[in-house]
Structure formats: structure tokens, C-alpha cells
Design a protein around this ligand. Structure first.
Ligand SMILES: Cc1cc2nc3c(=O)[nH]c(=O)nc-3n(C[C@H](O)[C@H](O)[C@H](O)COP(=O)(O)OP(=O)(O)OC[C@H]3O[C@@H](n4cnc5c(N)ncnc54)[C@H](O)[C@@H]3O)c2cc1C
Length: 430
């Protein structure tokens, strides 16, 4: 049955949901407070599709590492000290989730979601003549210290058990894969299933496809509230008036909890600010994307340009550039790639985006218990691009009253409210 679906948020999650919902025959409208050129987090990310990221952010050792890094202003992770009840609550939930049991429960799901999304990207590339530059070259995790290489090798072992294609390389083997570039490393782990693409082109392709499918856009339209009617949503409120639909999907990225607050939905989330610097004419271009593991910086060739992206700064919903964080990225680059110097970044304007981070490192996807015609799709943190298409596909199944093709009970948007979603997402509502 074709339904009227209103999607709030035109990031990669909102547009992917619109795409798969429209393909199933639903009449879809996407609403965003930004303009059509919207530069939300989904445009400037590192463009990596990452089956290698099967360990959620909330993992053993992360709390200790985070506390150590917090003391250094240019470290890869930073929490701006402030008294904020939501931040304290999020930190407590993160600490509770950062255990081995949570990782072993989440890893097969994250692998399945990323691999299924990779297949969606392949399908979209085929459909559009690969207009967004999908390249299936894998990702090299470069290590400068033996300690880090041992840790990465352990992750490689887990990856192999999960059926992923992965190899531990010596420094010489890694250099052979990047013959034009010197590497100052002790070794690397090569995740062959990872891919990369140009995220801004991917967003442009999605918008073109949506226009073809008849999806309507409401740009510069901010959701300011909701009109609940009993246990369903009757309309959303905006400065341009109310908009009604049969189904609503909140894909508001880091701002989703603000948008949902009036409905008293419990959606713990912190914005994890990250930065990128893109060299339009780099002196050298790595053949394969990389993650500089100690520095937590992603390096992605995009056509003839080269993007360096990284840092996680928990500093609230603010999009101001913090120069110390940007310097942290710049300083790290020559330590792995001696062919580059800090001068290469002179005059390069940094970009920043807010990753929507749930405390357990898993997204929120599915119907809400309190308002069954309101679904949530957000909280993808460092994997929003990678998981965009599969999230859209799963949401389209849920909206169509089908059982989701992947078991996503762990992604229940009500998991912090103590309500179960099993029957809600399993075809209960049509
Ligand atoms: C430096 C960096 C590198 C990254 N690298 C990668 C990577 O390599 N691979 C990967 O998979 N992910 C990566 N990510 C993460 C990825 O970019 C995000 O997870 C993803 O973009 C989140 O998408 P989203 O659609 O949920 O949110 P967003 O892109 O933030 O979109 C949310 C939209 O909702 C709209 N909105 C919010 N509230 C309202 C409202 N009240 N009314 C109307 N509109 C509203 C906003 O205007 C916005 O357009 C990276 C992120 C950063 C910062």
C-alpha cells in the first residue's frame, strides 16, 4: 500500500530512506531547514564504506583512552569540559556499553549492515554510471608503533573470523601497494572489503534519483514541533505551516534529540565534531585510502584531490572550527607520509561536521513505541555514509509493513526507554 511519508532531514540517512521508500511506491517528501546545497555532515566526510568498522565506538579500553586523550588539546578525541546533564548521562551509558559482550553482540550486525550497504552502493554505481566515484580498493590501517600494529592485527583476526578479507602487511608490503609514496610505518592491516567514494557526489546523485522518483523537497523549512493526536503524529509544525503525512521518519542527525524532545522520546546522543582538510592538488596521491591509526585520521583520494579527515570533539551542537584540533590532523600527516609537510595545508580551509553519536555506538533505526507512525533513523556516528543505503532500505521495509531483511533489534530506538520494538518493526503496522 502506497503511503504518504514525510522525512525530516536531508542528510545521507534521510535521502537514502527517501530513495528506497520511493522505490517501493510510497509518496515521499523530504523536509530540511538547509538549502538545496545543504553542507551537512553527509557532504564533507571521508567517504569510506567500512565493513572493517565492526567494533562499535563503545568498546573495552575506549573510556581509558578517551580520558588520556582528553588532557591533550590536539589529540584525536576531546570532550569539552562543561556541566551538562545530557553529557554526564551519555558518558555513563557509554561506560556501561564499553564491554566485550556488547562488542561481540554488535560485531556480526555491523558487518552485515556494512556489507549489505556496500552491495547497495555497487547497485547504485551500476545504475548511475558510477557518478559518485565508487572505488573498491580497500583501506590500509597504517601503524607507526609495534603496539598499535599488534592491536590492529588482533582486530584483523576477529575480522577474519567474521569472514572479512583482511591481511597484516609489513611496512615494505604496504609501500609496494603505494609505490609513489614514502611511508614511515612499522606495518599495516589491509581491509580489502572497504571502499571509498566522493560523498558530495553521492549526495548529488541521490538528489537526482529522488527527483526522478517524484520525491518532493521542502528546503529552508525547519521542524519546530509536532502535532500528536493520541498515540500517533498528526502533523509536524514548521515556520511555513503544518505538514501532514501517514508516516514520519526523523533523520535529523545530531539535532534529532532536540527535534524529538517535545515528544519526550529518550534518544541519548552527543554530537562528535570532526574536521577535514582537502588538498586540491596534493604533491602525491596514495593509491589506496588509509587510516593513520594512532592519529585516527582518514586519508581518502577523491579524484585528483586528497582528503584528510579526523578528530572527535564532544563539544555540544556547535559548528565552530577549533584550530587546535585542525593542527592535530595537520601535524600527524608528515609523521606517516614524510613526502608531505605542514606547509602543504597552508591556505586550506577546514570543514567540520557533527557526527550523531549514540552512547553504545549503534544507530537508532525503527518505529517508536509511543507513536507508531513515527520512526527514527539516526545515530550512525562514524559510519553514517557507509550505513546510509542499508538504513534507507531497512526503513523502507519497515514503512511498507515488511519484516526488516536484517534483524535490527539491537538498533531499537527505544532501547534506552526500556520498551521493546520487536513487533513494531515486524510488519505490525501497514
Ligand atoms: C570528519 C568526518 C569524517 C567522516 N567520515 C566518514 C566516513 O568515511 N564514512 C562514514 O560512513 N561516515 C563518516 N562520517 C560520519 C558521517 O558523515 C555521518 O554519520 C553522517 O553524515 C550522518 O548523516 P545524517 O543524515 O544522520 O546527518 P546529517 O548529515 O547531519 O543530516 C541531518 C540533517 O537534518 C537536518 N535537520 C536537523 N534538525 C532539523 C529540523 N529541526 N528541521 C529541519 N531539518 C533538520 C539538518 O539540517 C541536516 O541536513 C564522518 C564524519 C565526519 C565529521
Amino acid at each position: 500500500m502506497s503511503k504518504q511519508v514525510l522525512i525530516i532531514g536531508a542528510g545521507v540517512i534521510g535521502l537514502s530512506t527517501a530513495y528506497y521508500a520511493a522505490r517501493k511506491g510510497h509518496r515521499v517528501t523530504v523536509l530540511d531547514r538547509g538549502t538545496i546545497e545543504n553542507q551537512n555532515c553527509s557532504y564533507g566526510n571521508a567517504g569510506l564504506v567500512v565493513p572493517s568498522h565492526f567494533v562499535p565506538l563503545a568498546a573495552p579500553g575506549m573510556v581509558a583512552l578517551g580520558l588520556k586523550w582528553m588532557l591533550k588539546s590536539d589529540s584525536p578525541f576531546y570532550v569539552k569540559p562543561r556541566f551538562d546533564r545530557d553529557l554526564v548521562d551519555w558518558g555513563f551509558k557509554f561506560w556501561r556499553a564499553a564491554n566485550a559482550g556488547h562488542v561481540s553482540r554488535s560485531a556480526p550486525l555491523l558487518r552485515d549492515l556494512n556489507m549489505a550497504s556496500r552491495a547497495c552502493f555497487e547497485e547504485l554505481a551500476e545504475l548511475t554510471g558510477n557518478a559518485f566515484g565508487l572505488e573498491k580498493k580497500g583501506v590500509l590501517c597504517l601503524c607507526r608503533t609495534e603496539h598499535r600494529l599488534e592491536e590492529e592485527a588482533r582486530t584483523a583476526g576477529q575480522a577474519r573470523q567474521l569472514g572479512l578479507s583482511v591481511e597484516v602487511l609489513s611496512a615494505r608490503q604496504a609501500t609496494e601497494l603505494n609505490p609513489d609514496l614514502r611511508l614511515d610505518i612499522v606495518g599495516a592491516v589491509y581491509f580489502r572489503d572497504d571502499c571509498h567514494l566522493n560523498p558530495a557526489l553521492f549526495m548529488a546523485v541521490l538528489k537526482q534519483q529522488l527527483v526522478k522518483l517524484g520525491v518532493k523537497f521542502l528546503w529552508e523549512t525547519e521542524l519546530t514541533g509536532w502535532r500528536p493526536n493520541g498515540n500517533s503524529i498528526a502533523a509536524v509544525r514548521t515556520a511555513k505551516g503544518d505538514f501532514t503525512a501517514q508516516e514520519y521518519v526523523l533523520c535529523g542527525g545530531s539535532w534529532s534529540p532536540v527535534a524529538a524532545r517535545e515528544l519526550r522520546l529518550i534518544l541519548p546522543m552527543q554530537a562528535g565534531k570532526g574536521y577535514n582538510l582537502t588538498l586540491p592538488k596534493p604533491r602525491k596521491l596514495p593509491a589506496i585510502p588509509a587510516i593513520l591509526t594512532e592519529a585516527r585520521v582518514a586519508v581518502t583520494p577523491m579524484g585528483s584531490s586528497l582528503r584528510f579527515g579526523g578528530t572527535m570533539e564532544i563539544a555540544g551542537l556547535n559548528e565552530q572550527i577549533n584550530p587546535a584540533r585542525v593542527q592535530g590532523i595537520i601535524k600527524s600527516v608528515p609523521t606517516y607520509y614524510p613526502d608531505f609537510t605542514a606547509r602543504d595545508f597552508d591556505g586550506i580551509k577546514p570543514w567540520c561536521g557533527l557526527r550523531p553519536c549514540s552512547p553504545d555506538g549503534l544507530p537508532y533505526v525503527g518505529r517508536t513505541a509511543r507513536f507508531p507512525n513515527l520512526s527514527i533513523a539516526t545515530g550512525h556516528a562514524m559510519m553514517g555514509l557507509s550505513l546510509g543505503p542499508i538504513t534507507g532500505k531497512l526503513m523502507s521495509e519497515i514503512l511498507s509493513g515488511e519484516r526488516p531483511s536484517i534483524d535490527i533489534q539491537l538498533l531499537d530506538p527505544d532501547r534506552y526507554a526500556g520498551l521493546s520494538a520487536t513487533s513494531r518493526n515486524a510488519g505490525g503496522l501497514t
